[in-house]
Design a protein around this ligand. Structure first.
Ligand SMILES: [Cu+2]
Length: 128
């Protein structure tokens, strides 16, 4: 019957701690940041661009014009542009500036927006 040495216990505990951290990161930490906010023309939503979009989802009213403000913080070339394929919108986002985009979702549904290479993703959810 082999016995477990203290070194082996250290490895086992470190592994268990790593698994616990990963679970916490994905299932607990993610819930504390708002995933979805509501935007209107009068109350535009600011979307922070910093290696991704935050919030990633914006809820809007179908058929009503909406204003989104992209606040670009990072300077990586990936997030240089934001694209709304359903609306034919492609806009350059200068670092350190706020760029306003106005659009009107024609009907209820999910409309994605991405970076110029479709790597970063977000969406507006239009509801009746
Ligand atoms: Cu990109």
């Amino acid at each position: 019957m082999p016995t477990i040495t203290s070194t082996e216990w250290m490895v086992i505990l470190a592994g268990a701690a790593a698994i616990a951290w990963v679970n916490w990161y994905f299932f607990v930490a993610g819930r504390t940041t708002p995933m979805s906010v509501v935007a209107t023309m009068a109350a535009p939503v600011t979307i922070t661009v910093d290696g991704g979009y935050s919030p990633q989802q914006v809820r809007v009213k179908a058929g009503a014009p909406v204003r989104l403000v992209f606040d670009r913080r990072d300077s990586g070339s990936c997030s240089d542009e934001v694209v709304f394929p359903d609306f034919g919108i492609r806009k350059f986002l200068p670092t350190g500036q706020r760029t306003t985009i106005e659009l009107t979702p024609p009907k209820a549904g999910r409309y994605e927006f991405t970076c110029g290479m479709s790597m970063l993703r977000g969406a507006i959810i239009a509801e009746d």
